[in-house]
Ligand binder design. Structure first.
Ligand SMILES: [Zn+2]
Length: 275
């Protein structure tokens, strides 16, 4: 694992954090492009993006996604663009309305679970529809595993030809009322991905809030890839707000250096993910 490049994904905005939580959260498309460019220059090779309305509420407007994609392609050449089809940004098929824009990747939740104050609903027919849209528009899914069953569901879908290639799974830990950041569960997730998809299959991990830095440590040490960004965590440490997405990327890059893992360039990340 030492020596293998580590992909840093920056989740710039999300659906929840606002400027009241941290003024650095990028809301408008131009703020998002600027924040992503800084993060790209700090080492991020994937940008995971949601879009917002001007009043900071979540949006699923394909026109906003189109403007964002155009800005990112101009200012972050080669960076992997991943759009969220998560359930906080819209309802039903609205969640995949931007897939015809053919971003490099999109997040795909394959099962349901609880969120802090609600059920995160991913009914089977919607999951299948989102996956089929990704196949037809040549968009690589990143499977969001909020639970062990989601990893096994990805295997079933891959075997049925509903996902192209080897699934790229991201473990999401530390969402209140979903899977906590539990070390034994994390180890079993890694073991399960290796068993189902092969020992060289890439995977990624994200931790929410104070778990972000811990999941970065665990994933980087275990040979996985890492996600950071203001979507998941607005703090640099207990006492300090993160001044930018780039500052969180720089923190993750330091952890890579401590584990002798070079930060993957966008070109290397594309090769690792088969894009
Ligand atoms: Zn997201």
């Amino acid at each position: 694992m030492t020596g293998s490049p580590c992909i840093i994904c920056v989740a710039i905005t999300g659906s929840l954090p606002t400027k009241a939580n941290n003024p650095a959260v990028p809301i408008t498309v131009s703020e998002q492009v600027e924040s992503t460019q800084e993060a790209y220059e700090a080492g991020a090779s994937i940008v995971h993006a949601h879009v917002r309305n001007d009043d900071e509420t979540p949006s699923s407007d394909p026109e906003k996604f189109a403007r964002l994609k155009e800005g990112l392609e101009k200012h972050c050449p080669g960076m992997i663009i991943q759009f969220s089809t998560g359930g906080r940004s819209g309802a039903g098929q609205e969640r995949g309305g931007m897939l015809p824009l053919r971003p490099d990747m999109a997040s795909l939740s394959v099962g349901s679970n609880n969120f802090p104050t609600r059920v995160y609903e991913n009914p089977p027919d919607l999951v299948e529809w989102l996956a089929s849209e990704m196949l037809s528009h040549d968009v690589k899914p990143e499977v969001e595993a909020f639970d062990l069953s989601h990893i096994l569901k990805a295997k079933e879908m891959a075997d049925k030809g509903q996902l192209a290639g080897t699934p790229y799974v991201q473990f999401v830990m530390g969402v209140k009322n979903a899977m906590p950041a539990d070390r034994d569960v994390f180890d079993f997730y890694v073991k399960t991905v290796n068993r189902l998809f092969g020992k060289d299959a890439p995977w990624c991990a994200a931790g929410i809030g104070a778990n972000q830095i811990m999941l970065n440590e665990w994933a980087i040490a275990a040979g996985g890839h890492a996600r950071t960004g203001l979507e998941d965590n607005v703090r640099l440490n207990r006492d300090t707000l993160a001044p930018s997405n780039a500052a969180l990327v720089a923190r993750t890059a330091e952890i890579c250096a401590a584990h002798d893992r070079p930060v993957a360039t966008a070109k290397e990340a594309r090769a690792i993910l088969g894009l």
